[in-house]
Design a protein around this ligand. Structure first.
Ligand code: NAD
Ligand code: MG
Length: 392
């Protein structure tokens, strides 16, 4: 049985991961579950799964969880804070770590898993966007594995030559076609974008996800982050990646080869497919996902992306081309702007303004170590917050 730590077990990816594990109980053992502050939900999960450890990032929530578990049969040890998250990511009895915390908060625990040589199942794209080569190097140096959970990257991984093969050129890979649905506002009149509410932005047509990534999908910053994520995962530059709008979300991305072949991975838009793929790779297991009914779907369509409608996508490309800490600035400003939007403090159309202002205010430097990343993140957050205060 493979021991698993699920970082962010109460979120959308965390719940889907537990659903897949529940269908394959003989293969996996849940060693640790973690959440930010939702102690009630984590307590329910602890009672069901009886993990050895439960971690709450928030110290007060950890105390509440401890009290909730006190009068139960549970022998789960409750830990708190980033140290607790790093600890359960590196336990010797853990083979796989599902990195499903949202945002920069997942960076240190994801790095800890990589440094402990684990199989890292990476949903937390922000961690890779921020740390780039540092995370890739940590995986290689410590003999771990990095398997993408993001549906596009999981699809690309499946359509690529096996890992360990030569570089993309030798493998005959010409381009990566990164698909995206275009989000809920692909056809909404642009004049009404300033009125977009958080509820509208979180209502994605094809995927049910956490609120932050839902807003990222609505602004298409998600595709910008995914572009950077793909560059690191597949050791390539943005010039080799084409973003393609595919509203049905049935093809999850494609790889084009020098002989003209294009390999695609198709499936219903259900995150349990990439989660099950990465959990079992190179084998296959049941994910509980319905069979794809292509007759019912009938048509697949494609469009070029519109960067005027979605300036965040342009900003993502610019940061990818700039390299270094530009991606850290982009990610930090986006997290601050999306949070302000979700809390009614910033309009939808001001999200890209805050990010562009932040990118212009900071000069990118090469990422040499973790301190460079954390300093760039800190500085960009401050700039974005000031910009939001001035706009309101
Ligand atoms: P979510 O908001 O539903 O869940 C986030 C989880 O992280 C929760 O368990 C929460 O308790 C925890 N968390 C939040 N802030 C934290 C903090 N400061 N410290 C520690 N834990 C914290 O988010 P999600 O939709 O599950 O997304 C998780 C990650 O997976 C994101 O990086 C997202 O981009 C990526 N992802 C999600 C999907 C999807 O379908 N949901 C698809 C692709 C990639
Ligand atoms: Mg994705």
């Amino acid at each position: 049985m493979i021991g698993i730590s699920i970082l962010g077990s109460t979120g959308s990816i965390g719940l889907n991961t537990l659903d897949v594990i529940a269908r394959n109980r003989g293969r996996f053992r849940v060693v640790a579950l973690t959440a930010n502050s939702s102690d009630e939900r984590l307590a329910e999960q602890c009672i069901e799964w009886q993990p050895e450890f439960a971690v709450m990032a928030d110290a007060d929530a950890a105390e509440r969880l401890q009290r909730r578990l006190h009068n139960t049969e549970s022998s789960t040890i409750v830990l708190a804070g980033t140290e607790g998250l790093e600890q359960v990511a590196a336990l010797p009895q853990v083979g796989y770590v599902m990195a499903a915390i949202v945002g920069a908060a997942g960076l240190l625990p994801t790095l800890a898993a990589a440094r402990a040589g684990k199989r890292v199942l990476l949903a937390n794209k922000e961690a890779l966007v921020m740390s780039g080569q540092l995370l890739i190097d940590a995986v290689h140096e410590h003999g771990g594995e990095l398997l993408p959970i993001d549906s596009e990257h999981n699809a690309i991984f499946q359509a690529m030559p096996p890992p360990g093969a030569a570089g993309l050129d030798q493998a005959g890979v010409r381009r990566i076609l990164l698909t995206g649905s275009g989000g809920p506002f692909r056809t909404r009149p642009l004049e009404s974008f300033h009125e977009i509410s958080p509820a509208e932005a979180c209502a994605h047509p094809n995927w049910k996800m956490g609120r932050k990534i839902s807003v990222d999908s609505a602004t298409m910053m998600n595709k910008g982050l995914e572009l950077i994520e793909a560059c690191w995962l597949f050791a390539t530059g943005p010039e080799r990646i084409e973003v393609l709008i595919h509203p049905q979300s049935v093809i999850h991305s494609m790889v084009e080869y020098s002989d003209g072949s294009v390999l695609a991975q198709l499936g219903n838009p259900d995150m349990r497919t990439p989660i099950a793929h990465a959990l079992a790779w190179p084998e296959r297991i049941d994910a509980g996902v319905a069979a794809l009914d292509l007759v019912k779907i009938a048509g697949l369509s494609f469009e070029a992306p519109d960067t005027e409608r979605f300036p965040c996508l342009r900003l993502g490309f610019e940061a990818a081309r700039a390299g270094g800490t530009a991606s850290v600035h982009l990610n930090a400003a986006n997290e601050i702007a999306v949070d302000a939007f979700l809390n009614g403090k910033l309009s939808f159309t001001d999200i890209p303004r805050v990010i562009e202002h932040t990118l212009e205010a900071h000069t990118m430097v090469p990422v040499q170590d973790l301190d460079t990343v954390l300093a760039a993140d800190h500085a960009a957050r401050a700039t974005a917050a000031t910009c939001i205060a001035e706009l309101s």
